[in-house]
Design a protein around this ligand. Structure first.
Ligand code: SF4
Ligand code: SF4
Length: 130
């Protein structure tokens, strides 16, 4: 199963690229509060968010960069670049065994975020009651 396409508006993250793209190699979507099931999109976060503050902190995030995607995105500004997605939000109807996501696309929101908790997976939908 291929993961979802990722669209992200979190412009303060070191992984963010113009065109609402993300050049991380993989992103982790998690519950905002550890051990507490997300009931709404606001209870989720992109744990891979890393605030863009300057060169030193940008260099600290380089181990999770999708370099192939970054080169493509730099040379071809309109190109599609997507990270893989690991998600632990098992209360979402798109969640599948193995911490995968079966949505075709996810929207990560939280423009001007200062920390992970300011970001959300807006595509989250609670599972229907059994
Ligand atoms: S907040 Fe998450 S999805 Fe958005 S650019 Fe950063 S790592 Fe990628
Ligand atoms: S849509 Fe649901 S399963 Fe997919 S990444 Fe978002 S919270 Fe996780």
């Amino acid at each position: 199963m291929n993961g979802p396409k990722v669209k992200c508006v979190v412009n303060t993250c070191v992984h963010w690229l113009k065109g609402n793209r993300c050049n991380a190699h993989n992103i982790d979507i998690t519950h905002e509060e550890e051990g507490k099931m997300s009931q709404t999109a606001e209870h989720t976060q992109c744990k891979t968010f890393y605030q863009r503050r300057g060169l030193a902190n940008t260099l600290g995030s380089l181990d999770n960069v999708n370099w192939g995607g970054w080169i493509t995105a730099t040379l071809l500004p309109g190109s599609e670049v997507y990270p893989s997605v690991t998600c632990t939000v098992s209360s979402c109807q798109y969640w599948v065994e193995g911490n995968r996501c079966k949505a075709s696309e996810i929207d990560v929101v939280g423009a001007n975020a200062d920390e992970c908790q300011d970001t959300n997976c807006y595509t989250f939908r609670p599972k229907a009651a059994p």
